[in-house]
Design a protein around this ligand. Sequence first.
Ligand code: 2AM
Length: 186
Amino acid sequence: VRLFVAIEIPAEVCKRLAELIGDFRVLAPSLKWVRAENLHLTLKFIGEVESTKLDAIRSALAGIRPPGEFELTYQGLGFFPSEKRPRILWSGIQATPELAQLAFEIDMALSALGVPREERAFAPHLTLARLGDLPLPGSLRTALSRRVTEEFGVARVTEFHLIESKLKSTGAEYTTVQSFALATEH
Ligand code: 2AM
């Protein structure tokens, strides 16, 4: 099974981003745009593992000491690796330290099961489109520059999810395997 750990985005934010994607897609239909229902904030990409490992992964995630609930601000647009070499178009996330702490706890817990640790710094984002080596159309660059600081919503995170990704010819299909609650404040 192919797995990753993610935070799901609220319906209101999803709707706003779906509208943005719709506006941009007409300017660059050849890019691989993410389907709105597939938008998520990846905390950890696990990748392909034997299904016999699934229970251990679930236990490891259930066993972390998660931070308390926190708020995320969905705002901004940008490119990986850089604006000069745009390969991924993303929407940004502003968060309190709990988000990176959560990603770190998950990374550590899974490394005990042999999942390779992240080498790169955690850069929270929502992938909107994958360009690969395709050039960024000028019309899209202009449209983007007018909306780089746009805010798509603010929402509280109460849980995270282990998600299975099935790669199909029609695109990835995601199924939630298990959800895990964050600590609630007393
Ligand atoms: P992305 O949003 O930056 O593309 C499910 O595939 C999720 O895992 C994607 O959202 C993707 O993040 C993330 N991911 C991280 N590393 C990956 C890799 N090597 N291959 C595929 N997806 C990866």
